[in-house]
Write a protein that binds this ligand. Structure first.
Ligand SMILES: C[S@@+](CC[C@H](N)C(=O)[O-])C[C@H]1O[C@@H](n2cnc3c(N)ncnc32)[C@H](O)[C@@H]1O
Length: 401
């Protein structure tokens, strides 16, 4: 069998996509991860990273392309690090990402799901994103040489694939068209000394929020309507980005149940807290980011219900207050998932129903190792909130054992 250290260029056949979007192949038993490999591709690849028992490799030549390969629709895809999967047909991306997510939950989380327990939800694969994070770099110019604003304007774009080199963009077709228009014209509206990182978010009626404050670009609060609720937020806070799927995500997370007490951990600006308050007599919502909490307070105040108790602290600080046997807990942590203290709290004092919203199958799978000691899985819904990337949003519903 070949030793990884001796390999340079080899030929591979890609078998599948793994969570995150890389192609996966085996060479003499060794797992290889190949960015932008498509199941069915026959490739010549070059190793660029060797680990103990696996390797990462880049494509040198496509010897025989998969029948599911396509010409990437965006002209920047080759260099831009924003998207991973534009070279795969849209429907295939969803199918393969779902399979990769289920496989990660099975392999790392020992979760065996019946097909009837899994739901896949997809929507617009293009023109869907309402938020983006851009980078800038000053335009190169020679002193004393007259230029028009196109030449002196800072360059605006995304980091390149696997690098921090700026790839200036003249199009970004995953953004909703109103936001894409803002992005491609942004450079011309920025001062020469523009901030290196700029966040943009779009709300109702095309209202734009840009941060940090730069020139006379609109900054600060905007509003988005999701289902029956209105949420104030700005480009500095977390807010889900898929315009079309957002109402379905909220409906699915909140569900049909009603009850006395619900807890919304990592509540952000209150996306789930407000609809939970329609179905439960009392809702406690916990968030550590001060700005998000300020908006959560505003959003809760404006809703017709007065039954949301907001806790401006970390979930780690709050978790000792979790009573045993509440009707419902919703957790929606960042990519790192739950910390050990939270996992133990949820297991020591289980809720009747637990909903875990995750954007990272690997950390969800790790957390399942503890959670499944106290809960049974009911269902898993996979929302394709990030088409053209390797990511999937997972909503796992549990019931107390
Ligand atoms: C994935 S977002 C979810 C927000 C909200 N549920 C939504 O869907 O809009 C995670 C949120 O958790 C907050 N957060 C991160 N770590 C936290 C912690 N240790 N305690 C409390 N909140 C935390 C972040 O500020 C962010 O608002």
């Amino acid at each position: 069998m070949a030793r990884l250290g001796e390999l340079e260029e080899i030929e591979l056949k890609i078998e599948k996509i793994v969570s995150g979007g890389d192609g996966f192949a085996r060479f003499e038993g060794i797992p290889f991860f190949v960015p932008r490999g498509v199941p069915g591709d026959h490739l010549r690849v070059r190793l660029f990273e060797r680990k103990g028992d696996y390797a990462r490799a880049e494509i040198v030549e496509i010897l025989t392309p998969s029948k599911d390969r396509r010409e990437p629709p965006c002209r920047h895809f080759d260099r831009c690090g924003g998207c991973d999967l534009q070279h795969i047909e849209d429907a295939r991306q969803v199918e393969w990402k779902a399979a990769a997510t289920i496989e990660t939950l099975r392999r790392l989380g020992r979760l065996e799901l019946r097909p009837s327990q899994v739901q896949i939800v997809s929507g617009d694969a293009w023109g869907y994103r309402m938020r983006t994070q851009l980078h800038t770099t000053p335009a190169l110019h020679d002193e004393g040489v007259e230029r028009d604003d196109r030449e002196t304007a800072p360059l605006v774009g995304y980091f390149g694939r696997g690098s921090h080199d700026l790839v200036p963009v003249e199009a970004c077709p995953v953004l909703v068209p109103e936001l894409e228009r803002e992005v491609v014209t942004l450079g011309r509206r920025l001062p020469v000394d523009a901030p290196r990182r700029i966040d943009l978010a779009l709300g109702d009626h095309d209202a734009l929020s840009v941060s940090p404050v730069v020139g006379d670009l609109p900054h600060g609060e905007i509003e988005a309507t999701v289902g029956d609720f209105r949420y104030a937020f700005d480009s500095r806070c977390f807010f889900q980005g898929h315009r079309q799927l957002l109402p379905q995500l909220v409906e699915h997370v909140v569900g049909e149940e009603r009850g006395e007490e619900a807890i919304d951990l990592y509540c952000g600006v209150g996306l789930f807290s407000l609809p939970l308050a329609e179905r439960y007599s009392a809702v406690t919502a916990v968030e550590s980011d001060r700005l998000a909490m300020r908006y959560a307070q505003k959003n809760a105040r404006r809703s017709t219900k007065r039954n949301i108790q907001l806790e401006a602290k970390s979930v780690e600080t709050w978790i000792d207050s979790l009573p045993s046997g509440v009707d419902r807990v919703v957790v929606d942590p960042p990519r790192d998932g739950l910390t050990a203290k939270i996992r133990l709290g949820l297991v020591d004092r289980p809720a009747d129903r637990l909903t875990y919203v995750s954007c990272n199958a690997a950390t969800l799978a790790r957390d399942l190792g503890v959670l499944l000691t106290a809960y049974d899985i009911q269902s898993v819904a996979l929302f394709d909130l990030f088409p053209q990337t390797g990511h999937m949003e997972i909503v796992a519903q549990f019931k107390r054992k």
